[in-house]
Design a binder for this molecule. Structure first.
Ligand code: UDX
Length: 442
């Protein structure tokens, strides 16, 4: 089959966020190993580094975005802007690629770039959606919004998932979707309808019931291809410079003693939460490694002085970086817990290393992921009150108390399952063969 695919050409359209670029490049790496030639279409802001992938063609499209818009708290508004600004340039770009290559087997586009689907429909090309969130996110955002609460809650069979659904349903519906949120949701749902397949970076055993439910509602073929970071692990796709000094610091810490704190690449934190986070970490007496990105509000003089003060007070007990080599950090023997915003990549990476979590979701699918972590897989604790005393207690519950031992044990069990899943022939490799066949046949 690989010979036949040598001439097959796949175009991947990605967006500007770290978690999304990672997934696209990892998927591209695997498809390339299966014989596909690859073009990556990306936005100008936050371009990936082409020199890491000499075998791919990179094309950037104008996005008309500014750095400061990327720190916007209104994510649906930002996604709407991205699609609005990029639709015409993407169309021109695909036409140009078609003209020079004569053939595109499929256009795989990030689910945030739903403007791609009507364009590929117009050009007569097959479009495939790449979800960088869980299958549960797919169910909640694109299947359940069309149902009422009763159908939604009775949708899944097991009590844990029913509880999760109820919580997720209320969390999502209580977020009062903005006009942008509704527009983006509807556009995405429309795109899915004509998409020829859906790719999800997940592992089947994590989401069996959810997957079977999606299949009842959506006829579109779904390929579960994760965990992508383990299947295409060699490349560094970081948009920021990783501070490797934190690894030398981790080398000096006792096994499982460090709480790693990171809130991904998009979320913003307000001043009060930064203060409570700093005091909670300080009062917990646990060693910590904290990723405080400049765009997380670190740029301000005020935040810098808070962080400098904390580092001075903590001495060797705390380490603060602007960006960490997260996968290496999570795999380090000294790391015993991950306080996270529960982005899907962070969640999957933590599961694969058996690191239990403290969950502080901010918006969207992070709320569902936190619920999965705390209520279904039971490998984490939810941080419900962002006050320093509660932060200190939650860190101790996870890192020191007996309760934490049970959670850690379950996290290790899940890690083993993930390792077994990765070793098994047929599961992930079968999905990729199925995907490759699908792309070659559409
Ligand atoms: C976004 C959304 O926030 C999230 O809800 C959705 O599930 C995916 O897209 P992001 O906020 O970037 O993701 O979080 P996440 O999905 O966790 O991805 C962050 C990536 O950056 C991870 O792969 C992580 O390893 C990497 N990272 C993060 C680093 O390499 N270093 C860091 O210091 C922090």
């Amino acid at each position: 089959m690989e010979e036949q695919q040598k001439s097959s050409h796949v175009v991947l359209v990605t967006v500007t966020f770290q978690g999304h670029i990672n997934a696209a490049l990892q998927l591209a790496t695997i498809l390339h190993s299966k014989g596909f030639s690859i073009t990556i279409v990306h936005l100008e802001l936050n371009s990936p580094n082409p020199s890491n992938y000499p075998e791919f063609t990179f094309v950037s499209i104008p996005d008309n975005l500014t750095e400061s818009q990327l720190s916007d708290k209104d994510i649906p508004g930002l996604v709407r802007r991205v699609n609005k600004n990029c639709a015409a340039p993407l169309q021109q770009c695909l036409e140009k690629i078609l003209h020079s290559h004569h053939h595109i087997s499929a256009v795989i586009y990030d689910s945030f770039m739903f403007c791609a689907q009507p364009i590929v429909d117009d050009l007569g090309l097959p479009g495939v959606t790449l979800c960088t969130h869980s299958a549960l996110g797919l169910l909640f955002y694109h299947v359940f919004p069309q149902l009422n609460e009763k159908d939604c809650i009775s949708g899944l069979e097991s009590p844990e998932l029913q509880a999760l659904q109820l919580q997720g349903f209320h969390a999502l519906s209580s977020q009062n979707p903005t006009e942008a949120g509704m527009e983006v949701g509807a556009a995405f749902a429309n795109a899915l309808k004509s998409s020829s397949a859906i790719i999800v970076n997940s592992m089947e055993f994590l989401e069996l019931e959810v997957l079977s439910k999606i299949k009842q509602y959506l006829p579109t073929p779904i390929f579960i291809v994760g965990p992508l970071h383990k299947l295409a692990p060699t490349m560094c796709n970081s948009l920021c410079t990783e501070d490797n000094k934190c690894i030398s610091w981790l080398n000096k810490q006792s096994p499982k003693s460090v709480i790693y704190v990171s809130f991904g690449s998009i979320v913003n934190i307000d001043k009060q939460e930064l203060i409570e986070t700093a005091w909670g970490l300080s009062n917990s007496k646990q060693p910590f490694l904290w990723v405080a990105r400049p765009s997380m509000d670190r740029g301000s003089e005020w935040t810098e002085s808070l962080l400098n003060g904390l580092e001075e007070r903590m001495g060797e007990r705390g380490f603060i970086v602007k960006w960490a080599p997260q996968k290496e950090v999570l795999a380090h023997a000294a790391v015993g817990g991950f306080w996270s915003h529960c982005g899907w990549n962070s969640t999957i990476e933590s599961i694969c290393e058996g690191v239990p979590m403290i969950c502080r979701p901010f918006f969207g699918d992070q709320i569902l992921n936190a619920s999965y972590i705390c209520n279904v897989w039971k490998i984490g604790l939810e941080l419900q009150n962002l006050e320093r005393g509660n932060i200190e207690r939650t860190i101790k519950r996870l890192m020191v108390d007996m309760e934490g031992n049970y959670i850690r044990k379950r996290a290790m069990d899940l890690k083993e399952k993930a390792a077994f899943y990765l070793m098994e022939d047929g599961s992930t490799s079968g999905s990729f063969d199925g995907l490759a066949k699908h792309i070659s046949s559409v």
